[in-house]
Design a protein around this ligand. Sequence first.
Ligand code: BG6
Length: 453
Amino acid sequence: MVKNDFYWGASTSAFQVEGGFGEGGKGVATTDVRKVPEGIADSKIASDHYHHMLEDIDLMEELGINLYRFSFNWTRVMGDGMEPNQEGIKFYNQLIDACIEKGITPFPTLYHFEMPQALVTEFGGWKSRKCIDRFVEYAEVCFQNFGDRVKLWGTINEQLIVSAASDLNGNHETNTEEKMKQMYQMSYHMSLAEKKVIQCFREIVKDGKIGPICSMQVVYPETPSPENILASKNAEDFLQNCFLDMSVNGEYPKSYSNYLNKKGWYPEMEPEDQRILLNYKPDIIGINYYSSTCIRAVKTDEDTSKLPPFYRNELFTLGVNPHLIKTKWMEFGIDPEGLYIGMRTIYEKYKLPMIVTENGLAYSDVLEDGKIHDDYRIDYLENHIAQCERFIEEGYPLLGYSPWSLLDLVSSHQGFKKRYGLIYVDRTDTDLKECSRIPKDSFYWYKKRIFNQ
Ligand code: BG6
């Protein structure tokens, strides 16, 4: 891989690093009001990137990356969702300019899990088509203000997760049946909104590239029995194809549509949606990958209600893969080859270039004499980079690799005990200290890896 041709990056998301709650005109987000269990950090301070932004960009320069994948905080750009917030726009202009000055390509995602709580309170958030308009307005503000310098964009991060997770999307419906119906409706609205955003992007950022950031699902059947193989195919349709088929081709997989129709959960659509859905294809696909998923058929009378809603289905359920090494925070196991397998599947289906936008190892790192010796993370990253190199050598289009995460950040739901960063942030769930930055061994290893390739 030649550095000039390849993006070597590092990734974060706004609500997980920024903090700056209530500062600079920021509105209140779903992630600001969600209930976090006692003793676990919330996102009000997070890694305090809002106050350390220039220092963090200096560290990126030292690391030698040429891409920074981050997200705009919807509530920093749009306050409570209706009007642009000039202070927030100024913050991101500073961030973008500082990156560009250091030769780092800014790669923002528009929607990474948080959204204005006011839109949820007012009309139920993504349950309503009104949310589509608010999202497109927000995207337009971003394209108008940053599109002259920012040419690489992500639309929605992990629609699978954000359409299902109540504390992110604000849907606290208690009736399970109704909630499932709403989840599919909300997801449809997100898909349509994404297409409208791409339509708007084509008008404003004519020389840019944009695409979804998917939570890549590398699905293995638990055994080669026909029912488990069918279950794994069903899982692929529900966990990945229903999002990417929509993003790229504007249609749902048959098994997904059939199932939703049978349940009475097929989303309401309007006739004019079709034209939008069938146009405005993305240019790239962002790949988030941590591990593969093992799937099996559901046993008779099996109760799957404890699983997250996207695994709660008569057509498949989670299995266990005995071939992978599992750790406390990587319960599905570690599977570098899965990255190669999954990207191959996605390329053969959609024929679009990809960028690895997230890949990393969670660990409860321990600071010893001012250092973090995270060999376990170096092994994980090296083994996954090797699979990217294999993919490229075989002629597939991979534009870059951007591990999760640049620095320690508040996990999507498990606070600061679970760390992914190349840079240690000196705080705990309950003690904020100074949030000082300490590069880990993996930081110095990645720097060399980028330099020597
Ligand atoms: C991805 C998200 O799902 O996984 C990130 O895009 C998240 O926001 C990452 O942090 C790791 O998950 P978790 O739950 O360990 O933070």
